[in-house]
Ligand binder design. Structure first.
Ligand SMILES: [Fe+2]
Length: 309
């Protein structure tokens, strides 16, 4: 029923700190009323909405679907006794507002995933498939390449009850489990197929944002983007590496509020009719094929303060 991740909203104590960070990540920022909204260059879709607040907290996740999906979701919410609420945030979009089992706000509207502003991809020379002939792959100025993420691919958020959250997102909103590690972490895709995961759930005592993940053009952009952020004083949290769940290459950087952004490239894509067999292993089984160094213990720590509600 849910067909796309649209954007993520969070409260932060200082919008200008947020603007500096996300512009360094490579996104474009603009004010929308009291909020600061980030988009990817060349893509007409909000990706992150920062709302002024006392401290940094995940505020809501906005998903998109089609007219048929809206009807089905309304019916499903009603069937499962999920209460609809008036808009808790003014985001300039009609749609349904309700809470998930973690108490996190969810917004669903009739909206499509907008095409990303892809550039021509450099050809790769892989053994037996040499495609870049008589042409340099790199030049002395390659290191100056500035990274502009193509789209927000997914988020991972914390929940106190993985199984209850999985049941909600699969049974009520039609998502599917692509991989999981027991009740520690789960990766969910849209029922219509697409990226291996648009929503991840990680176990904690309470809700919070773990990371937002942005697709880039290639593995060079992952590391060039990460190095640029590190040169500005932002901290590397995990990477460079390659995940098992999703198969994507990754590098995670801490945002100014101790959650993370991830640059990713080469994620698994799963069609709607695919007989996908989900892994259910240990956290180590799904975390990384390889990485520059093991994940620090703080990688999976929830730094967000529990909400009162
Ligand atoms: Fe990720």
């Amino acid at each position: 029923m849910i067909r796309s991740l649209q954007h993520v909203g969070m409260t932060v104590p200082d919008l200008e700190v947020g603007r500096a960070f996300y512009e360094a990540v490579g996104l474009q920022a603009r004010m929308a009323g009291e909020h600061l909204v980030m988009r990817c260059k060349g893509r007409a879709q909000d990706q992150v909405r920062l709302i002024p607040g006392a401290e940094k907290q995940l505020s809501y996740v906005a998903f998109g679907t089609d007219a048929q999906g809206m009807h089905a979701i309304r019916e499903s919410l009603s069937y499962h006794g999920v209460v609809l609420h008036p808009a808790p945030f003014e985001i300039g979009s009609e749609g349904l507002w309700f809470r998930d089992p973690s108490g996190d706000w969810v917004h669903v509207s009739e909206s499509e995933s907008m095409p990303a502003g892809h550039l021509p991809t450099p050809e790769l020379n892989t053994p037996g498939r040499y495609r870049r002939i008589g042409e340099r792959g790199c030049t002395p100025t390659s290191r100056l390449r500035r990274v502009t993420p193509l789209r927000l691919g997914h988020l991972i958020k914390f929940t106190s009850d993985i199984n209850r959250s999985i049941a909600f997102y699969t049974q009520v909103l039609g998502m599917k489990v692509s991989d999981r590690a027991g009740d520690a972490v789960a990766f969910l895709r849209c029922g219509c197929g697409g990226d291996h995961h648009v929503l991840g759930l990680a176990k904690s005592t309470h809700s919070g944002l773990h990371h937002l993940s942005f697709e880039v053009m290639d593995i060079d952009e992952i590391q060039l983007g990460a190095q640029h952020l590190m040169s500005l004083g932002y901290e590397s949290a995990f990477g460079l590496g390659r995940h098992v769940a999703g198969s994507n290459y990754f590098h995670y950087i801490r945002d100014p509020w101790n959650s993370l952004i991830e640059y990713f490239w080469d994620i698994d894509v799963i069609p709607e009719d695919c007989e996908w067999e989900a892994i259910d292993g240990t956290p180590q089984d799904v975390t990384a094929v390889w990485a520059a160094s093991p994940p620090p213990e703080t990688f999976i720590k929830n730094f967000e303060v529990a909400r009162d509600d």
